[in-house]
Ligand binder design. Structure first.
Ligand code: KG4
Ligand code: ZN
Length: 345
């Protein structure tokens, strides 16, 4: 406790960011720190799991010191440890969970395992105090593309997901095909600003199906084929990279928007939130905002910092779960494919 307020330490290591945060009560960030491994994975065009877990191990203790120093607090003041226990990369998750279990014993504080995707949903609840269930949430990250109906805290119905690649993965693979490094989303967004989004007609898979479902592998293949064709047709010429990026981005955004519209139509829920790394993308943010204005939806978009992986959202889920009576213990084990969705029907 600090000044009578409940303090949660959030720990996030599910992919390639080591992130720690101290949260006061349900939604006030005291301090947060993040150690990104982008530069380590960039030469490989994607996250290398073994490298990710080693980097988490190296980063963890210095980052924990920096967190408490920066906050001007001591571990004695915290009330709860919330740690991402899945889904994610096993080796990465293990580092956070093992560290959390060591700390829970050393500091004699309770521990609660948190689902990473629920964390992304909570990024919206953190940012928008007036966001009340039921609401739809489009989760778009490097590993996930899903639309869920949040019916209450801890109650999520999966309306649909991708059949193959995630939207963020599509950005990353497109960037790799264009030789732009990792992660792909931010660099494609930057280059797309100077491009013509109508220059190439990339496919929108499953555009008219009646199910909330996505597919991005055809788009990825189409981009690769286009790049190969251009290189063959114009050897020695520079690729029209900005036009390719803008057209690709348009196709991803339109694929996502079509199914958001369908989810609203099917559920009649018009509160629409978005989260995950791809929610940092301006084209998607703008499309959602303008659709919201046109259709009278209430659209919720977290600030960019809380779209990508962070530990504040993990602390917020941990706080909410703990207050509902949930507890983990030293038997907590990471689950790389942990699903929290209620069965449909
Ligand atoms: O949520 P996140 O930080 O990590 C996962 O849980 O996956 O999402 C990372 C993903 C990467 O695929 C990255 O390329 C994408 O989010 N991303 C973006 C942007 N910023 C990050 N995609 C499109 N536009 C962006 N500005
Ligand atoms: Zn994530």
């Amino acid at each position: 406790m600090r000044d009578g307020k409940f303090i949660t330490l959030g720990i996030e290591t599910s992919c390639d960011d080591t992130a720690l945060a101290l949260l006061e009560g349900p939604r006030d960030t005291i301090y947060d720190v993040i150690s990104s491994q982008t530069a380590d994975h960039s030469p490989f065009g994607g996250v290398v799991p073994e490298l990710a877990s080693r980097k988490h191990q190296e980063a963890f203790l210095p980052l924990l010191g920096a967190l408490f120093d920066g906050a001007g607090m001591t571990p004695a003041e915290i009330d709860l440890i919330a740690v991402t226990a899945g889904p994610g990369l096993m080796g990465s998750l293990l580092v956070g969970v093992m560290a959390a279990k060591a700390l829970t014993q050393a500091w004699e504080k309770p521990i609660v395992g948190v689902n990473h995707l629920e964390g992304h949903i909570f990024a919206n609840i953190l940012a928008h105090p007036r966001l009340e269930p039921p609401f739809l949430c489009l989760i778009v990250s490097g590993g996930h593309t899903e639309i869920v109906l949040a019916r209450g805290e801890g109650k999520y119905l999966l309306l649909g997901a991708t059949r193959d690649d995630a939207a963020g993965e599509a950005y990353d693979k497109a960037a790799k095909a264009l030789g732009l490094g990792y992660p792909g989303g931010p660099v494609i967004e930057r280059l797309a600003r100077d491009g013509d989004s109508g220059a190439f007609d990339f496919p929108i898979a499953l555009r008219d199906t009646k199910d909330v479902e996505f597919s991005f592998s055809g788009l990825k293949t189409s981009l690769r084929t286009t790049v190969g064709r251009l290189r063959e047709e114009r050897p020695g010429d520079e690729l029209p990279v900005s036009d390719i990026c803008a057209s690709f981005q348009r196709a991803v955004t339109e694929s996502l928007m079509r199914k958001v519209r369908l989810a609203v139509k099917k559920t009649k829920v018009t509160r629409v939130a978005v989260s995950g790394g791809v929610a940092a993308n301006s084209s998607l943010r703008d499309a959602l905002s303008s659709e919201g204005r046109n259709k009278g939806w209430d659209v919720f978009i977290p600030s960019r910092k809380y779209c990508t992986d962070n530990a504040t959202m993990i602390a917020a889920v941990g706080y909410s779960a703990f207050m509902r009576g949930e507890r983990s213990d030293l038997s907590l084990t990471p689950d790389p494919s942990w699903e929290i969705w209620e069965a449909a029907g």
